[in-house]
Each structure stands twice: as structure tokens, then as C-alpha cells.
Design a protein around this ligand. Structure first.
Ligand SMILES: NC(=O)c1ccc[n+]([C@@H]2O[C@H](COP(=O)([O-])OP(=O)(O)OC[C@H]3O[C@@H](n4cnc5c(N)ncnc54)[C@H](OP(=O)(O)O)[C@@H]3O)[C@@H](O)[C@H]2O)c1
Length: 210
């Protein structure tokens, strides 16, 4: 599958490697342009290339947005219409600037991303594990004992696509519900960066298996 990745930092570059290792083709973009991503491009080999943000958005059958949340309005909505978009963002007010609707718990960062993207199908995933753990922990455990990755979204077909990707990189997807339920695994929750086995994560999030 072709996967676009907008954001080439700690999470973006980690996912790029994991997806290429799982047999996918990736286009990776940052804010400064593809010429600043030649080292990453060369590390990824023939199945990865650097791109502009718009190129990565158009390239991906699925597109990952993995940039600091405060910049979410820069993501090109038109290029993502109808696509599954994986949102890894976490709202850190000290970095992103305070938003009253988030500070007061009236909505979530992923729902704001969904509002901005309109016709895309936003799925929240890969936000709750540190990048260096994400890089390694998929290799641990066996078929019946894997780390869990919580996944939330409103579109069932988009969620299933993300479940598949989560599995392909060695984790067990844990269905956390609708996009609004992303609040169950955002910063300042018990499961955030807790690195739980899937069964424990499912129990702590308080929902049934996917
Ligand atoms: N670090 C973690 O362990 C971790 C874990 C889970 C989730 N997250 C979340 O995932 C997101 C990314 O985190 P990160 O740690 O990977 O960040 P990071 O290392 O700081 O990288 C951010 C990336 O986003 C790019 N970027 C920034 N603004 C952009 C824009 N307007 N358009 C396109 N690209 C833009 C940056 O490009 P330039 O360098 O060219 O500006 C950079 O490649 C954040 O929301 C974070 O909260 C992080």
C-alpha cells in the first residue's frame, strides 16, 4: 500500500521505517521541503521517498499526520478528501498554545483535526507510545501476547485499515471507540505512554475487544 506521512520527526520517521519493513511504500514530508529529508530517504531505501506535504497527501492511500498539534490547520484538507488519515497528535498547551475547548474538555484534538479535514476519515492511533518504544516493542511478545495500540475513529472501514497496519508492525489494535473517545488515551490519562500489553490496555480503557 502507498502511505503518505506528513511530519518526518520522531514519530514520522519511526513509522516510515516500520511501514517500509512491513512491505509498504512511503512518501515522507516535513515543513522545510524534501531536500532536507535526503538522509531519511536514503535510509528508507527504494520503498521510501521524500516529498512535499501536498505530494505526500496525494500519494497516500492512507496518510499519517504526525506534526505538532498546534500546526494542524496547515494540513491540506483538499488533498486528503475521502482518505483515511491517521492522527498521532497530542495536545500540549505549553507547546501548541492554549485552546479553551480542549482545556475545558469540550472536544478533543482529533475531533478538531476532523473538523479541519472535513471529508477525510480521521483515526487516532500511534499517539500513546513513545517513539523509541514504538520502534522496538512490536518485535517483542508472541502472537497472543503483544503490546496494544489504542485506535479510535468514527468510520468503521477506516478503522479496519488502521487495525491492519497496527497488526502488520507487530502490535495488537485495541478498539477504543469513536473519535471522541480519543480522550481515553490522550496525555494525562492512565494508559498514555504506559506500554501495556493489549489485554491490560483493553481492560484499562474499559472497552471490549475490537
Ligand atoms: N515523540 C513521541 O514520542 C511522540 C509519541 C506519540 C505521539 N507524538 C505526537 O506526534 C506528533 C509528532 O511528534 P514528533 O515527536 O514526531 O515531533 P517532531 O520530532 O518534533 O517532528 C515534527 C515533524 O513535523 C513537521 N512539521 C511541523 N510543522 C509542520 C507543518 N506545518 N507541515 C508539515 N510538517 C510539519 C516537522 O518538520 P520540520 O522539522 O521541517 O519543521 C517535523 O518533521 C506530535 O503531535 C506529538 O505530540 C509524539
Amino acid at each position: 500500500m502507498r502511505i503518505g506521512i506528513i511530519g518526518a520527526g520522531k514519530i514520522g520517521s519511526t513509522l516510515a521505517h516500520l511501514f517500509v519493513d512491513a512491505g509498504h511504500d512511503v512518501a515522507v514530508a516535513n515543513s522545510r521541503g524534501p531536500d532536507t529529508l535526503r538522509d531519511l530517504e536514503s535510509d528508507l531505501g527504494e520503498h521510501g521517498h521524500a516529498a512535499t506535504v501536498e505530494e505526500a497527501a496525494r500519494y497516500g492511500e492512507i496518510v499519517v499526520v504526525t506534526i505538532p498539534f498546534g500546526h494542524y490547520r496547515d494540513v491540506p484538507a483538499d488533498d486528503l478528501a475521502g482518505k483515511t488519515v491517521i492522527d498521532t497528535a497530542n495536545y500540549y498547551p505549553e507547546l501548541d498554545g492554549h485552546l479553551a475547548e480542549l482545556d475545558e474538555g469540550r472536544t478533543t484534538s482529533s475531533e478538531l483535526m476532523q473538523q479541519h479535514l472535513g471529508d477525510a476519515h480521521v483515526v487516532k492511533a500511534f499517539n500513546a507510545m513513545r517513539f523509541d518504544h514504538l520502534r522496538e516493542f512490536g518485535r517483542e511478545g508472541g502472537a497472543n501476547h503483544r503490546y496494544g495500540i489504542p485506535v479510535a475513529g468514527d468510520d468503521p472501514a477506516a478503522k479496519r485499515q488502521v487495525f491492519d497496519l497496527v497488526e502488520q508492525i507487530g502490535y495488537e489494535p485495541v478498539d477504543a471507540g469513536r473519535l471522541a473517545d480519543g480522550r481515553k488515551f490522550q496525555p494525562r490519562t492512565a494508559v498514555y505512554t504506559a506500554d501495556l500489553w493489549a489485554g491490560d490496555l483493553r481492560e484499562r480503557i474499559g472497552i471490549d475487544a475490537a
